[in-house]
Design a protein around this ligand. Structure first.
Ligand SMILES: *Cc1c(COP(=O)(O)O)cnc(C)c1O
Length: 375
């Protein structure tokens, strides 16, 4: 079928960057698409489907309970709301005005990020602890009070510098009877992260369905303690609540379950070997083309897979210029930049072999064009 995007006059993009929503996140494997198509053909009780799919995802991820959301960002809102209202339906209807409720969410200052808005849109108030460089146990302890709904925690390596270890957060919050919510949206692989954070004592852990899992883009899920997951269910729709605009369709429920089933059943050692081989061949190709490329590890948020890092310090163009040339070229290629924007990252997570070859060729031809020009 050529092609939905072509008909709209649009170019598709080769994703050498990451599971970025702005270019579509990830690609759904055929079994996920098929599950969504099957689910689309009938009417069914959405409440019951939520319960059944949640139970199955809990089982597959070795957790007590699970609930499906319309993404990890929605998961943040739903989890924060659940920690504020519990299963009290009167309170559920009050949000985003948490009058008389616990409405404070404790968060490391060094873990603040753009997704905070998903938390504050519920009416929750963020209470920051520590600074960008360090956080002390007493600061967490002092921030917890009668109005604390939960402590939010981001295990991404991007936010680890200056943060207390999760185990310590769980110990301190646990002693005060306060749940810890972990945003693990992008923390796969390894697959055992699906149960590692709950095993470490987190009460709720949020995953994105549309990143490494390759489920529907508008899906995600929360795993954790049954009592809190029950409260989350009151906020995911279909009933009226603050989560109603974040409702999950039967197709997303079916597709996400198929994606989780597929992911836990994958041969992860073979997958990892595949990433290593791809990184190796991309690195070889780029060095041959004159780039200063090397294997880097771990993945962008600390995941267990390798990357190719291209050191641009001696190149005749900047990392940003090269990225822009790749993006506007034919075919269009999106690469990532390092945090300081000085170097290029080629990420194998969503790259097919033939696409990897195109990425190398596009980079080679841009560099060769410049070098010839100078001669
Ligand atoms: C990607 C991401 C999200 C949002 O996930 P969606 O499934 O796209 O809503 C939230 N938090 C973190 C840390 C993320 O990386």
């Amino acid at each position: 079928m050529t092609d939905f995007y072509a008909k709209l006059g649009m170019k598709t993009v080769i994703n050498a960057a990451d599971s970025y929503t702005m270019i579509g996140g990830s690609r759904m494997p055929p079994e996920v698409v098929e599950a969504m198509a099957q689910a689309s053909r009938h009417f069914v009780s959405l409440d019951e489907l939520h319960l059944r799919v949640g139970a199955r995802i809990a089982e597959l991820t070795r957790n007590e309970a699970a609930v499906v959301t319309s993404g990890a960002a929605a998961g943040l809102a739903v989890a924060a709301a659940a920690c504020m209202t519990g299963t009290d339906e009167t309170q559920v209807r009050k949000l985003p005005y948490p009058n008389g409720m616990k409405n404070e969410v404790v968060i490391h200052r060094c873990q603040r990020n753009g997704f905070d808005m998903a938390i504050t849109q519920t009416g929750a108030k963020l209470i920051e602890i520590g600074d960008v460089e360090s956080t002390f146990a007493w600061q967490l302890d002092a921030a917890i009070g009668e109005r604390t709904a939960c402590v939010m925690y981001f295990p991404s390596t991007q936010y680890s510098r200056g943060a207390l270890p999760l185990e310590e957060v769980v110990r301190i919050a646990g002693a005060r009877g306060v749940p810890v919510v972990v945003d693990a949206a992008a923390q796969l692989p390894p697959a055992d992260n699906l149960w590692r954070y709950t095993e470490a004592g987190a009460s709720l852990v949020i995953f994105s369905g549309g990143k490494t899992l390759c489920g529907p883009q508008s899906s995600g899920f929360i795993v954790g303690k049954e009592s809190l997951i029950a409260a989350c269910r009151l906020h995911v729709g279909p009933r009226i609540s603050i989560g109603r605009p974040m409702k999950v369709g039967k197709e997303e429920l079916a597709g996400l379950l198929a994606a989780v089933e597929r992911y836990v059943g994958l041969d992860h050692a073979a997958l990892k070997a595949g990433y290593e081989a791809l990184v190796c061949s991309i690195g070889d190709g780029l060095r041959e083309a004159g780039f200063d490329a090397a294997r880097a590890y771990p993945g962008p948020t600390g995941q267990d897979y390798p990357l190719v890092k291209v050191d641009m310090s001696r190149a005749p163009l900047s990392a940003e210029q090269l990225a822009a040339a790749l993006r506007s070229g034919e075919p269009s290629v999106l690469v990532a930049l390092t945090w300081d924007k000085r170097d290029i990252i080629v990420n194998p997570l969503h790259l097919r072999e033939e696409e990897a070859a195109i990425v190398v060729e596009r980079m080679r031809s841009i560099l060769a064009g410049l070098t010839n020009h100078e001669e």
